[in-house]
Ligand binder design. Structure first.
Ligand code: NAD
Length: 367
């Protein structure tokens, strides 16, 4: 059988720097775990604009549709800020999400014990936190029509439309329930059924889909209460399923409970392909960090954890994902820190490559 295929789109700024460490980790799994990938690389964002005049070349889009998973670094930077909207680096990212139809955005909020002091919440509320937010990514108010700004009675009016079909709610719900089956078997669905018809439909459809998942415990919560509960007692949740707008806000809120942007991975999944694997793109939550680009200061962990998600959700290699996450947990417990993770006590931060070195050494120790 041929190796699973990965397309690496490192992008701009610190994207290539953190991705260099991921490539070493991928190599380690090939060498030491007999888990090899056919890796190809291409351009996205500003790098693609510089080469082709577009933030994503059609050939790259076609490759992304063919591979088993895409790993993306980050896009954007000041050099591209004044480009026309249609060719801005972010458009490359949006095109990938849209054309691959990546409707389920998975954002874990996981607290490594060694970093519990980084949270703005009390350590006991956050230590051991492990929740997963599933955000519907391709519909809802960010896409609904009609939209725009028009004039009514000599006044400007801004319009956006929250619109969900039951099929859109259902496929995301299935993704959330499937995930819960691999975790603690609990889903909390969040909407505003008290004031929005789309919320009433959301609640009905999620309840209907739940009938296919009798082992999973389902609860419903209004999204505003969900926001409060996330900062009051986040450990009460396992999987949260919510729409595009609420998910945008709630996932940022949940993620930042855990500290630095340099630690946060994400996955965006679509429908299964012919080989049964979902269409998938994995990427760190952070951007291209122009303020530290080229200085060897970037924390590669968010990008490495994104690869761990790929192992788990695209390649069914949960035990190897555990191994990689365990190696990261170990180096953090041993005190390894990049600059973004330095506490008030100070010390000498590791460079991006040095963090890669210690994680690779911890992987060796895990054998
Ligand atoms: P950013 O995430 O790039 O940086 C915010 C802050 O966090 C900066 O101080 C940065 O140094 C720090 N930071 C981020 N990642 C880090 C890491 N791995 N290690 C250490 N420190 C890290 O957000 P921004 O500054 O608002 O945006 C910069 C550029 O990135 C913009 O062009 C923006 O459009 C783009 N952006 C891209 C994505 C993406 O590719 N998915 C996401 C957000 C922003």
């Amino acid at each position: 059988m041929s190796n699973p295929s990965l397309l690496i789109l490192a992008g701009d700024g610190i994207g290539p720097e953190v991705m260099a460490e991921v490539k070493r980790i991928i190599g380690w799994f090939g060498d030491k775990r007999d888990l090899s990938f056919d890796v190809s690389e291409d351009l996205v964002g500003g790098a693609a604009y510089d080469a082709h005049g577009v933030p994503l070349h059609d050939d790259t889009m076609a490759k992304a549709q063919e591979v088993d998973a895409v790993l993306l670094g980050a896009v954007g930077g000041p050099k591209y800020d004044n480009l026309d909207f249609s060719v801005k680096p972010e458009r490359g990212l949006l095109r990938l999400r849209k054309e691959m139809d990546l409707f389920a955005n998975l954002r874990p909020a996981q607290c490594f014990d060694a970093l519990a002091d980084f949270s703005s919440l009390k350590k006991e509320l956050i230590a051991g936190l492990d929740i997963m937010i599933v955000r519907e990514l391709t519909s809802g108010v960010y896409f609904g029509e009609p939209r725009g700004i028009h004039i009514e009675d000599n006044m400007r009016v801004g319009v956006n439309t929250q619109r969900y079909t039951e099929a859109e709610i259902e496929r995301g719900a299935r993704a959330a329930f499937d995930l819960a089956m691999k975790r603690d078997k609990r889903v909390c669905s969040m909407e505003k059924a008290n004031v929005m018809e789309s919320g009433i439909l959301w609640r009905d459809v999620v309840t209907e889909v739940h009938a296919d998942y009798p082992e999973v415990e389902l609860s419903h919560m209004y999204a505003d209460n969900g926001a409060m509960q996330l900062v009051r007692a986040p450990k009460q949740f396992d999987v949260i399923y919510t729409d595009n707008l609420f998910g945008d806000i709630l996932s940022d809120c949940a993620a930042m409970l855990t500290g630095s942007l340099g630690m946060l991975p994400s996955a965006s999944l679509g429908l299964p392909m012919a080989n049964g694997r979902p269409k998938a793109m994995y990427e760190p939550v952070h951007g291209s960090a122009p303020d530290i680009t080229g200085q060897g200061k970037a924390n590669p962990i968010a990008c490495i954890l994104s690869f761990a998600m790929a192992l788990r959700y695209s390649f069914d290699e949960g035990a190897e994902a555990d191994r990689l996450e365990g190696a990261i947990e170990k180096v953090l417990a041993d005190g390894a820190r990049t600059g973004d993770l330095m506490g008030p006590e100070g010390g000498t931060p590791l460079s991006t490559t040095q963090m890669g070195d210690v994680i690779l050494a911890a992987l060796d120790d895990s054998l």
